[in-house]
Design a protein around this ligand. Structure first.
Ligand code: FES
Length: 120
């Protein structure tokens, strides 16, 4: 596994840009964790979040429908359509639902790195 570490973040190599479908997501693994990685073509931006939907604990968010809500990138779980912000992880259509964890993403040429906290 290729990683770059700073004081508080480890950036691990997730995949290449060509591995991610436009306006869709893929699931990548870091240690025992599944992380969903998304690419939004219109804004040319990348987002990462936990793959686990907190609603019924399904590993599903990478297969969710992506979109925006008032300019905010979001993903809807394919099971019951709980929708989460990909900026801060909060649930956008149910104030009682748990937020999801989001991660920073950075590109180096065609290689995508996801940042995880060193206290992980
Ligand atoms: S399992 Fe994701 S919305 Fe229900």
């Amino acid at each position: 596994m290729s990683t770059i570490s700073t004081t508080d973040t480890t950036w691990f190599f997730a995949c290449k840009t060509t591995d991610v479908p436009p306006n869709g997501g893929v699931c990548v693994k870091y240690k025992d964790e599944q992380i969903a990685l998304f690419y939004f073509t219109r804004t040319d931006k990348w987002y990462a979040s936990q793959n686990l939907c907190p609603h019924r604990r399904q590993m599903a968010l990478s297969r969710g429908l992506t979109g925006t809500q008032q300019g905010e990138p979001k993903v809807a779980c394919p099971f019951h359509k709980k929708t989460f912000s990909l900026e801060d992880g909060r649930c956008l259509n149910d104030e009682h639902e748990c937020a999801i964890t989001t991660y920073p993403v950075r590109l180096e040429d065609d290689r995508i790195y996801i940042g995880v906290s060193n206290t992980y």
